[in-house]
Design a protein around this ligand. Sequence first.
Ligand code: PLP
Length: 402
Amino acid sequence: MSEASPITYLDNNATTPIDPEVREAMLPYLGEHFGNPSGGYAIARKARAAVEAARESVAGLIGAQVDEIVFTSCGTESIHTSIASAIASFPDRRHLVTTAAEHSATYEQFKRLEERGGFEVTWVGVDEQGHVDMDAWSAAMRAGETVLASMIWANNETGVIAPVVRAAEIARDNGVLFHSDAVQAAGKLSINLGSESPLAMLSLSGHKLHAPKGVGALWVNRHVRFSPLLVGGGQENDRRSGTENVLGIVGFGKAAELARATLADDVLDQLAEMRDAFEAQVMLKWPQAEINGDVDRRLANTSNLFFPGIDAEGLLILLDRAGVCCSPGSACSTGAVEPSRVIKAMGHSASRARSSVRFSFSRFNTVAEVEVGAAVVVEAARKLDTGLGAPTSRGGPVIFNS
Ligand code: PLP
């Protein structure tokens, strides 16, 4: 293993490389098409038209109406907007429902509302496979009291897929607004928010599907009351003020169009084959490894592996040195390694979380990369197992929050 190794990028749930076609579509908006879409002259109209075309593509990816898409700066902003909108729409309600396995963008805001905002939160548990306890979900709904119920569609750490439509129906039947964080699901699962959808809101992020970072979208069901988080210039039809990130939006639109085409052909099957081949190759040589989360109901691109007795931090250092990029099942931002909240919520020990690593693939990975990745993982695990080559420093904090 040497510093000069080429990169094997297996961390696509953290972010994805920009598709060359997306970059191509964006380039004119870095140059001649720089107009502000709110302007009243030709170059502004060009920018406006591009934003509206992108809106159509993003709506098309999730089977939504075009005017239900609100562009934002990221998935986190979309999620926060959904929460703020629900609270503003039902100011007398003080109860929230979510799951114990949400991304930190939802978790931290619900925690803040619980600790400092005067809200009561029901955190619905997940089982060892990562599935939400649906009886507890139903029992958590309080008609007339619950402001919002939010459930992640596909988990960013394990890829486990939630029964979101059923969860939304339960919320709706109790008169509760339902939001889903679909940041990891979009482009990797078929989502169809037809006119009868029980969902109220849904969050998306461009950089998880080969668009640039810094652009997201919130889908708002046209039958639902909405109140903006950002007010000011009245952009996005008064639903999200701030001059539009035209460049990012154009990229997001192109990426959504390409993702839709991907869903229509067999790319997802190829991704699942790649992931399964990776797991098989690792487990052939390292049979103690186990998969975290339901093997049959997870995203085609995600593999979260537990290596008993191996420190994931150490493994990551060796993988990094060999040019293999992936994420740990723990977070370390202040010197102390915090085991993954999601893996612990599944009833696993902190030590299992500290020995777990997430690998996530995309259509840009190759079979050769899968083979290299698996071989390097096995070699690194062997080194750590025998106490050889145990690394002492990674060179920076590890943060698993994507
Ligand atoms: N939700 C999930 C499931 C994610 O994986 C991420 C990204 O890390 C986010 C929300 C936040 O998205 P963004 O980075 O665009 O704010």
